[in-house]
Design a protein around this ligand. Structure first.
Ligand code: ATR
Length: 280
């Protein structure tokens, strides 16, 4: 039996244990995935314990995604660039950190827009936190016509643009300056936490977005944020963050097992847990 885990704090609402265990069963893997609530001061001890006990791999969530990087033997280049690790592989005691959030987001977005079409799009990213770094990295490496970012705290957006300047250009706008430019965007992505509590996203005036815009929100619980609900009729297509959540988990599984994940099982499991009826 192989052991896997997720560490974070709080962890009790994480759907990862339930999803991965259902998925292990469907794959006939002799494996078990547990959730551990680990406070920041206990992180080094938790990593040592996982190594001692031979835990084969684990996910890392808030608030440890940055701090864990110093506790590993190696960090993959993509995770280094993003500045965060969400997946650890324990290969015979050698711990390597990866970030599957960026690629997970991109795979989910491509399913909505198409790969070539995305390269022709002017994309606006709202927010400049940890999730935004993974999103920006994945968009710049895939290639888009232009990538703009707007954030309440402009300095954080400037920092991402400076950090990623070697990969591609990002245009940083203040919430005031962005307004006349809104009709030019083909795809708008909300990476902020606005909407988690049912609140409306008012950082930009979304009524100014062009008809036929693609809208993507990283939030998946609630399954439709107030922002998506209000503006979906004007959009060509909208998506919540469920696809990204599934993809980051599928990519983590593939790093651990070197087998292809069954994304359908993962999605159905999460939808069941969230009480979302899925199409048969
Ligand atoms: P995560 O790792 O989930 O991205 P984070 O790093 O704390 O979390 O970033 C949260 C993002 O949501 C940031 O862009 C933050 O804006 P600031 O950089 O100005 O803090 C944004 N955010 C959260 N609450 C917000 C609010 N009430 N209004 C505007 N932006 C908000």
């Amino acid at each position: 039996m192989k052991n896997y885990a997720v560490i974070g704090s709080p962890i009790k609402h994480s759907m990862s244990p339930y999803m991965h265990n259902e998925h292990f069963s469907a794959q006939s893997d002799a494996a078990y995935y547990s959730g551990y609530d680990v406070c920041p001061s206990d992180l080094p001890e938790a990593v040592r314990a996982f190594k001692t006990l031979g835990v084969s791999g684990w996910n890392v969530t808030v608030p440890h995604k940055v701090d864990i990087m110093n506790l590993l033997d190696d960090v993959d280049i993509e995770a280094k660039m993003i500045g965060a690790v969400n997946t650890v592989v324990n290969d015979g005691g050698k711990l390597t950190g990866y970030n599957t959030d960026g690629k997970g987001f991109l795979n989910a977005l491509l399913a909505m827009t198409g790969s070539e079409a995305l390269r022709e799009m002017n994309v606006l990213m709202i927010g400049a936190g940890g999730a935004a770094r993974a999103v920006a990295y994945s968009l710049l490496t895939h290639g888009v016509k232009s990538l703009s970012v707007v954030n309440r705290t402009e300095e954080r957006a400037e920092k991402i643009a400076a950090d990623f300047a070697s990969i591609g250009a990002m245009d940083v706008y203040s919430t005031n300056d962005i307004t006349p430019l809104l009709p030019q965007f083909d795809c708008v992505i909300n990476t902020t936490s606005i909407g988690l509590q049912g609140e409306q996203l008012t950082l930009i005036d979304s009524t100014k977005l062009r008809s036929g815009v693609y809208l993507s929100d990283l939030i998946y619980n609630p399954s439709e944020t107030a922002w998506l609900k209000t503006h979906r009729t004007n959009a060509r297509a909208v998506q919540n963050g469920l696809g990204m959540f599934i993809e980051q988990a599928a990519l983590a599984y593939e790093l651990w097992s070197h087998r292809e994940a069954n994304r359908t099982v993962m999605k159905q499991t999460v939808e069941r847990k969230l009480g979302i009826p899925h199409a048969t």
